[in-house]
Design a protein around this ligand. Structure first.
Ligand SMILES: [Zn+2]
Length: 160
């Protein structure tokens, strides 16, 4: 969907249907309407609620703060307006972890970040490692140190 002064009704309807059917399939409470979604989107003031980048006249996404696949519900206050970049990086990350990561990157405490960190009673400056146990293992890629000892060219030595 493109953020603009006028949000397309059909786009909203499609979004609402997709959000609600996902929630219904997972037996989550809460139903979004075109009215509530439009309201929720304009609440963002045209900025990604995570990183504050402008989404005016640009594509954006609305997603569940606490994902439906964990214990999130489908109520309006569990929806956040996000730039595609944030939405992609967040994926199914724990919201408090993501909020903390975003704050560490931007240094901007948005109302959304504040609310999430307050909800989980977490200081923004807390070590990220504290959240590691909150993530679901299957979604956290294991990063193994890159062993570059073999593919480095031998050092060039002058005068040889
Ligand atoms: Zn963003």
């Amino acid at each position: 969907m493109i953020y603009d002064d006028f949000l397309d009704d059909d786009d909203l309807k499609t979004y609402v249907q997709s959000i609600n059917s996902r929630a219904k399939a997972l037996k989550k409470k809460g139903r979004v309407t075109v009215f509530s979604l439009r309201h929720r989107i304009y609440d963002s003031g045209g900025k990604c609620e995570w990183c504050t980048v402008s989404i005016v006249k640009k594509p954006f996404e609305v997603d569940h703060i606490v994902s439906l696949s964990s214990d999130g519900d489908n109520e309006e206050d569990n929806l956040a307006v996000a730039c595609p970049n944030c939405n992609r990086i967040k994926a199914t990350k724990h919201p408090a972890r993501f909020a903390q990561e975003i704050y560490a990157r931007t240094g901007i405490m948005t109302p959304l970040l504040q609310r999430i960190l307050d909800d989980y009673d977490i200081e923004a400056a807390v070590q990220k490692s504290l959240f590691d146990t909150l993530d679901t293992d299957e979604n956290t890629p294991t990063i193994s140190p890159h062993d570059d000892s073999d593919d480095d060219p031998p050092p060039y030595i002058w005068g040889k």
